[in-house]
Design a protein around this ligand. Structure first.
Ligand SMILES: Cc1cc2nc3c(=O)[nH]c(=O)nc-3n(C[C@H](O)[C@H](O)[C@H](O)COP(=O)(O)OP(=O)(O)OC[C@H]3O[C@@H](n4cnc5c(N)ncnc54)[C@H](O)[C@@H]3O)c2cc1C
Length: 333
């Protein structure tokens, strides 16, 4: 395989990796693969998947990472709250991870989308969009989640830049700004109480369906939280930097930033296809060892926790890699 072919196979996100790593890592990798056997397949090669791969690579496990290269935080300019990497771009962090994992030559990378999975004689068979088929005895689902943007003009352009989901990730950077919290009910109370420690200028936007009892309303009032119970029609912004919120009744308010806990869905249908159970919130059910309800299938990162951060994705990925290695060791010893 020529260098050009390898770069084509690995796509844009694989480019840096290809250039920085010895070609031998990829040279064994044939794009026209039919069935290829691994001990572990990891679907999703962002923070959680890479962390699993590191534990497995260091244990000499024949591991394949299938990654479509679309992490949820790609639009955020800088990532925070991950020790040793605070303030780096999301891409810098994952590229450091990829380069470190690529040093372990039992780990292979495949850039593409896994589209279906089924149980096979000795484990699992995963098919990609290009029609490649891979098998392994264990499976790690590290596919993350997809944030579902509300139908508000300008919202998705501001997402991760000035409209954020998490005070731990971005609150410090937007402290003391004129802040909107777009939420309602219990979620709103929880978020507002956290944000209240970072700025004293908070307006809660409840979108025409205010849902608080008298005690909660009193609490909000005592903390000087303003409430606007109107639906938003548009967010006016400059390059993702929120400037104004325009309401459906035509009124306009100036803001500098907003918090918005928005709904999500799983990125991949494969865990469902394979019979994994889900929590009420839509996360893949796992135990403290990241095992799903299906034997041989593990899940880690955002797809299986409400606590959404790179640190926790890396942590749960590391656990799933170590537990799988331990299971394989016991099975083969
Ligand atoms: C806007 C925003 C800003 C954030 N900022 C911060 C921050 O500052 N600090 C922080 O700690 N956390 C932050 N987070 C949270 C953090 O990004 C996530 O917790 C973390 O990315 C989760 O890692 P993950 O590996 O589980 O999923 P992701 O990083 O989302 O990656 C999932 C990967 O799986 C791939 N994939 C999915 N399905 C398939 C498939 N079928 N086949 C192949 N590949 C597939 C995707 O393409 C992607 O590469 C932020 C999140 C968002 C949305």
């Amino acid at each position: 395989m020529t260098r050009r072919e390898i770069i084509k196979l690995c796509g844009v996100s694989g480019l840096a990796l290809t250039i920085q790593q010895p070609l031998s890592l990829f040279a064994q990798f044939d794009n026209k693969m039919e069935k290829k056997k691994f001990e572990v397949i990891i679907i999703g090669g962002s923070y959680a998947g890479l962390s699993s791969a590191m534990a497995l690579g260091r244990s000499l496990r024949k591991t394949l990472i299938i990654d479509a290269g679309k992490p949820c935080n790609k639009q955020t300019p800088y990532s925070h709250n991950f020790l040793t990497q605070d303030g780096r771009t999301p891409k810098e962090i994952s590229e450091i991870g990829k380069n470190q994992v690529a040093k372990y030559n039992t780990v292979k990378f495949y850039n593409g989308l896994a589209v279906s999975g089924k149980r096979s004689k000795n484990g699992f068979e995963i098919t990609t969009l290009k029609g490649d088929i891979f098998t392994a005895s264990k499976l790690i689902i590290a596919t993350g989640i997809k944030d579902l943007m509300p139908e508000i003009n300008g919202f998705s352009e501001c997402w991760g830049i000035s409209v954020v989901h998490c005070p731990y990730c971005h609150g410090y950077e937007i402290q003391n700004k004129k802040t909107a919290v777009i939420a309602n009910g219990e979620k709103a109370i929880h978020l507002v109480s956290l944000v209240n420690n970072l700025t004293k200028d908070i307006t809660l936007i409840t979108s025409g369906n205010k849902d608080f009892d008298e005690i909660k309303l009193e609490k909000l009032k005592n903390n000087n939280i303003k409430i606007i119970d109107k639906e938003i029609s548009e967010i006016e912004h400059h390059n993702g930097q929120l400037e104004k919120i325009i309401f459906k009744d035509g009124s306009i308010e100036d803001f500098e930033c907003a918090y918005a806990p928005i709904p999500f869905e799983q990125n991949s249908n494969i865990p469902k296809e394979l019979g994994c159970e889900f929590t009420e919130n839509g996360h893949i059910k796992v135990n403290f060892m990241q095992k799903t309800t299906q034997e041989g299938i593990f899940a880690c990162g955002d797809n299986s926790t409400m606590m959404r951060s790179i640190a926790l994705a890396v942590s749960s990925g590391n656990v799933s890699g170590a537990v799988i290695n331990s299971e394989l060791t016991e099975e083969n010893f």
